[in-house]
Design a protein around this ligand. Structure first.
Ligand code: PLP
Length: 446
């Protein structure tokens, strides 16, 4: 693509002058200008090409600028750009149908939001109104969004600065065998002990005070922890036993990322509410939502749901969702993601774990993988402390970029989260770069 480097330099200068960025010390930022993107690649302001192994914020599930989705957005813009949520609209209705047909069980009513945080806010609100209870249980090592409630139910350090403890959130330890909180030695032990811990917590908090339990089906930016066998079924059973609404946050794990439409399908559980965003339309226009069980929907059958937003089911966003879902179906993107995980990424990362002493653990499914880096395999000391970066990690990120790869890195982890439709060749090229970068990481390890 044509890259206008003068325009890119101006974008950078104006950014530094006027743009206030998420999660950042504003004066310490040096943002890369992205001037163009296509498929699994982006181009910076100088026209240098990078393979996008981050899918941006793990949302461009069908890559950048898919022509079918771009055309659908343009067609919708020419026809009807916006309409208030109280009206019915073709794009919104069709998107709701396509999503409802793919969510598990009877989650057949869709409430649309602008993104993931507000989807979780509304899911919690629905659960509270449905149950008449207030508290929310959520896991450490999780992320549920940046708004007030969503960041309070978040379990990772992004919560700390905004944690007012006024939202009735109680955190529990999720299973994580590599750094077990339960002194477990096997996955089965970890699963059982994490469930015992959760049940105790429910009993001590008082089941009758707990409206909802929210869990990322496979936690994403907090570290990609595939739950051990039996854990999610156990959570489902505890929620049913104690009348707690089970909210599955599929904002990052949903829409093909794990090699299924939704990650809950791997574990054969049906939540009461399922939240989504990101991959629903590959992030081309902001969109999120909540898929709702018939019982919860019925609570708002004749009495109004006291919540809403101007852009609920925005035509441009939902038209993009319709085109994205149809494209994924037509091009077999979900099966492709499963194949990439089983046949390419899984084996490649298992091999890294053998050959690179800096690799403590690798884990994931589909195109949703984490490489956990350590200074010492014996002590498992992480290459960056919990909640922070380190000079070593920064060096590895820079090494990826200098080799033409944009990684997704967090604390002591590098995630392998390319688009679900990346080609085998592109994927192998990216993995080869990571292999080289892990040689550098090995130099930091005992
Ligand atoms: N839930 C999960 C699992 C996420 O990964 C994210 C974003 O990364 C969110 C919620 C919040 O979504 P948004 O940034 O669209 O508000």
């Amino acid at each position: 693509p044509d890259v206008d480097s003068a325009a890119a330099r101006r974008a950078y200068e104006l950014d530094r002058k006027h743009v206030f960025h998420s999660w950042s010390a504003q004066d310490l930022l040096d943002p890369m200008v992205i001037s163009a993107a296509e498929g699994s690649y982006v181009w910076d302001g100088e026209g240098t090409r990078y393979l996008d192994f981050s899918s941006q914020l793990v949302n461009t599930n069908i890559g950048h600028q898919h022509p079918a989705v771009v055309a659908a957005i343009a067609a919708q813009a020419a026809k009807l750009c916006t309409i208030a949520p109280s009206y019915a609209n073709e794009a919104r209705s069709e998107a709701a149908r396509l999503i409802a047909e793919r969510t598990p069980g009877e989650l057949n009513k869709i409430f649309f939001t602008n993104g993931g945080a507000d989807a979780n806010e509304h899911a919690v609100r629905m659960a509270r109104l449905h149950t008449g209870r207030k508290k929310v249980l959520s896991a450490y090592r999780s992320y549920h969004g940046g708004t007030h409630l969503a960041v309070n139910i978040t379990g990772d350090p992004r919560r700390w600065a905004s944690d007012t403890a006024s939202t009735g959130t109680v955190h529990f330890f999720p299973p994580y065998l590599y750094r077990t909180a339960f002194h477990s030695t096997t996955e089965a032990e970890e699963s059982q002990r994490a469930l015992e811990h959760l049940e105790q917590l429910i009993v001590f908090e008082g089941a009758a005070t707990i409206a909802a339990l929210i869990l990322e089906t496979i936690p994403g930016s907090a570290g990609i922890y595939v739950p051990p066998a039996g854990y999610l079924q156990g959570v489902r059973e505890l929620c049913t036993k104690y009348g707690i609404m089970f909210i599955a946050d599929e904002v990052m794990a949903g829409f093909g990322r794990t090699g299924k439409w939704f990650a809950v399908e791997h574990f054969d559980v049906v939540p009461d509410l399922l939240t989504f965003a990101k991959g629903v339309n590959s992030g081309y226009v902001p969109l999120g939502g909540v898929a709702i069980s018939p019982e919860i929907a019925a609570t708002f059958g004749t009495k109004p749901y006291p919540g809403g937003l101007t852009y609920s089911g925005h035509p441009l966003a939902t038209a993009a969702a319709v085109a994205t879902i149809n494209t994924m179906e037509r091009e077999g993107v979900v099966d492709h993601a499963a194949f990439l995980g089983n046949d390419i990424i899984g084996p490649a990362l298992a091999d890294f774990a053998i050959r690179h002493k800096s690799v403590g653990e690798v884990r994931g499914k589909g195109v949703f993988w984490a490489i956990e880096l350590v200074k010492d395999r014996e002590t498992r000391e992480p290459l960056a402390p919990y909640g922070a970066s380190s000079p070593e990690m920064n060096q590895l990120i820079a090494a990826c970029k200098s080799r033409g790869l944009i990684p997704f890195a967090n604390f002591n982890r590098i995630h392998v989260v390319p688009p679900c439709n990346i080609s085998v060749e592109e994927l192998k090229a990216g993995l080869a770069i990571l292999d080289e970068v892990l040689d550098i990481a090995d130099g930091f390890a005992a």
